[in-house]
Design a protein around this ligand. Structure first.
Ligand code: G4P
Length: 197
């Protein structure tokens, strides 16, 4: 997605050859116009899948997921990473280990918001090793609902997440795919082959 790639180039900061900081539009401050375009793009890519619900994880997945929900006209449920005072109903849970943060979180969604009739699109901001996405897939499958696909804003294609999800037969749609962050440079995998003149 051209607009997103341009934003990453103009505002992203490469912190190391593994980590890209995008705090100015996705992870701290949020650019609502960009989120709207991201939501529109996810909705277009999954328009024919009969999606009934979007599932994401707090906190940075929520903005793009809500915009996709707006365009697909479906509700958005986010998995919580901490136990909530009011989230006391029967819970669907999964363990998610973050290699980046070296911690394991129990993530959860109330059974009330997912059931076997649901056709789910999972959305998240980053795809690195795929642990968060796999945890969300596990939770959706526990509910008996079907996962129709996974929409990712920024995929770090040099890590293993996308392969792990595709190995399980899941459709992954990433709006920006980063091939490398080496030497302080963001290099994209550009699937739209530009016409050479
Ligand atoms: P994984 O789920 O794909 O295995 O990712 P990992 O454990 O490596 O990532 C843990 C957290 O760090 C996730 O956010 C993920 O979105 C984020 N992350 C991973 N790589 C990058 C990166 O290069 N840049 C940025 N900005 N974030 C990255 P989180 O802890 O759930 O944070 P939040 O959603 O509450 O903001």
């Amino acid at each position: 997605m051209r607009l997103l790639e341009e934003k990453i180039i103009s505002e992203g900061r490469v912190l190391s050859d593994q980590v890209l900081k995008v705090d100015s539009f996705l992870n701290h401050q949020i650019d609502p116009f960009l989120m709207k375009e991201i939501g529109k793009e996810f909705a277009a890519r999954f328009a024919n899948e009969g999606i009934t619900k979007i599932v994401t994880i707090e906190s940075s997945g929520i903005a793009p997921a809500v915009m996709a929900g707006l365009y697909l006209n479906v509700p958005v449920v986010f998995a919580r990473k901490r136990k909530s005072l009011t989230l006391t109903d029967d819970l669907l849970t999964a363990s998610v280990h973050s290699f980046t943060k070296k911690e394991t979180n129990e993530i959860s969604i109330s059974k009330k918001y997912l059931d076997e009739a649901d056709r789910v699109l999972i959305i998240d901001d980053f795809l690195a090793n795929g642990q968060a996405a796999l945890g969300l897939v596990e939770i959706v499958q526990q509910s008996g609902a079907m996962v129709l696909g996974i929409g990712i804003v920024i995929e770090k294609a040099f890590q293993q997440g996308s392969e792990k999800l595709k190995e399980r037969g899941l459709r992954v749609e990433s709006l920006a795919r980063i091939a490398s962050l080496a030497n302080g440079q963001v290099q994209f995998i550009n699937e739209n082959v530009e016409e050479l003149v």
